[in-house]
Design a protein around this ligand. Structure first.
Ligand code: M6R
Length: 364
C-alpha cells in the first residue's frame, strides 16, 4: 500500500525519520545516552574488520569504513562482494567480517559470507530481511529494521544501514577505548537527534527539488562530487539517478576531479557537489571553483554554515541545517534521493520497477 504517495520509492523516502529512529533505538539506549554492548562480534579484540556487499549496501559499507577507522581505530578492508570473494585477500581468522544486504539473499554477498566462514572469521549480517539466508548463516545478526522495501531503488534501507553502522562503530569505539566517554556521549546525542532533523529536511526541500529535477531531466550526464563520507554518498547519488532516470551519472572523490573527469565539464553537464561544512569544506569548494572556471553548472548541497562560507556562485544551492559530522551522510542522503526520484518522475520512467533491474540479485 502506497498510502498518499505516487510510488513506493516516495513512500519509503518519507518513512526515513520513523524507521531510522527504530533502527537506532535497537542499538542505543537514548534515556542513558549510551550504546548498548553489541553481542556477536568482539570489537575490542579483533585486529581488523572486513566488509562485503553490493550496490547501495556496498556504498553504506564504504561510509561505515570511514567511521570504524576514525572512531574505533579499526582497519577496514572493503570491496564489492563479487570482487571480495575472488581476491584472495589475506584475512586473519582473528578478524571479523560484516555482510550488508537489504534482502539478505544477494548471491555474491552470500558467497563472500561463506568464504569468510570457511576461513574461520566471525561473521555478522547487517540485514533487513530477518529470516533471509545471509541472516541465518551469519554468526551474529544486526537488523536494520527498515520494514519492507518495495522500490527497486534502495532508500530507507540505505539510511537504516548507515544508522546501524554508525551505532556499531560508536559501540566499537567504546569497546576499544578509542574515544572518551564524553566523546561517545556526544556522538550518541547527535545520532538521537538525527530522525527529527530528517523530518525537518523532508518537509522543507520538496518544492525546490522539483524545480531542480525538471532541469536535471534535460541532462545527458551528471557528475556528483564529495570528500570524506560525502564521497561514497556522491557515488550513491549517481547510482540512484542512473537506476531510475537512466541518465548517465558518475560519483567522484572531489580531489580526483583534476585527474581526469574535469575533461567532461561543460555548460551542459550539471555537477552536484555534496559539501557539508566539515573538515573538508574548503578543499571541496576549491574543487568546485575549478568546475565553475570551466563553465560547469554547479548544484551545491551544503548546510547553513557552508552556504555562508562559500562565496562562489553556484547556479543553485540546497541549504540543509548544520548537523554533526556523524549524521551528515544520513541527512544529505535525503536531497540526493529526492532529486533522483523527482527527475525520474518527470521523465516518466517506471520508478519502482526500473528496466533491467531486480530487487534482489540471486545469481552471480
Ligand atoms: O539486497 P541487497 O542489499 O544485498 O542488494 C544489493 C544491491 O543489489 C542493491 O543495493 C542495488 O544496488 C539497489 N538497486 C540500489 O538502489
Amino acid at each position: 500500500n502506497k498510502g498518499n504517495h505516487r510510488h513506493f520509492m516516495e513512500k519509503e523516502i518519507y518513512e526515513q525519520p520513523e524507521v531510522t529512529a527504530h533502527a537506532l533505538g535497537h542499538y542505543i539506549d537514548f534515556t542513558q545516552n549510551r550504546v548498548d554492548t553489541v553481542s556477536g562480534i568482539d570489537f575490542a579484540r579483533i585486529p581488523s574488520l572486513a566488509i562485503a556487499a553490493c550496490g547501495t549496501a556496498y556504498l553504506a559499507g564504504l561510509i561505515g569504513k570511514y567511521w570504524f577507522e576514525r572512531y574505533a581505530r579499526l582497519p577496514v578492508e572493503i570491496d564489492v562482494a563479487s570482487e571480495f570473494r575472488y581476491r584472495e585477500i589475506p584475512l586473519s581468522p582473528r578478524s571479523a567480517a560484516l555482510f550488508i544486504s537489504q534482502s539478505g539473499e544477494t548471491a555474491d554477498t552470500l558467497a563472500s559470507l561463506r568464504y569468510c566462514k570457511g576461513l574461520g572469521l566471525k561473521t555478522g549480517a547487517v540485514v533487513n530481511v530477518g529470516d533471509s539466508t545471509i541472516a541465518r548463516e551469519a554468526d551474529a545478526v544486526f537488523p536494520i529494521l527498515a520494514g519492507p522495501e518495495i522500490g527497486v531503488a534502495s532508500t530507507k534501507a540505505f539510511t537504516c544501514q548507515l544508522a546501524v553502522l554508525a551505532a556499531l562503530a560508536v559501540g566499537a569505539a567504546r569497546a576499544r577505548g578509542t574515544l572518551s566517554e564524553d566523546e561517545v556521549q556526544a556522538l550518541v546525542k547527535s545520532l538521537a537527534e538525527m530522525p527529527r532533523l530528517m523530518g525537518q529536511v523532508l518537509n522543507s526541500i520538496q518544492a525546490e527539488i522539483e524545480l531542480l529535477a525538471r532541469e536535471l531531466s534535460k541532462s545527458h550526464d551528471v557528475l556528483y562530487l564529495g570528500r570524506g563520507t560525502s564521497f561514497p554518498l556522491a557515488m550513491e547519488g549517481a547510482l540512484k539517478l542512473k537506476e531510475i532516470s537512466y541518465i548517465h551519472a558518475e560519483g567522484y572523490a572531489a580531489g580526483e576531479l583534476k585527474h581526469g573527469p574535469i575533461a567532461l565539464i561543460d555548460e551542459n553537464t550539471p555537477v552536484i557537489v555534496i559539501a557539508p561544512h566539515d573538515r573538508f569544506f574548503d578543499k571541496t569548494v576549491s574543487n568546485m571553483q575549478e568546475v565553475a572556471a570551466r563553465g560547469g553548472r554547479i548544484i551545491l548541497i551544503t548546510d547553513e554554515q557552508g552556504a555562508a562560507a562559500s562565496k562562489l556562485d553556484a547556479s543553485h544551492t540546497i541549504v540543509l541545517p548544520a548537523v554533526d559530522e556523524i549524521i551528515a551522510p544520513m541527512i544529505f542522503s535525503l536531497p540526493i534521493q529526492l532529486l533522483a526520484y523527482n527527475t525520474a518522475v518527470f521523465m516518466g520512467t517506471d520508478v519502482d520497477q526500473p528496466r533491467n533491474l531486480a530487487k534482489s540479485v540471486t545469481v552471480e
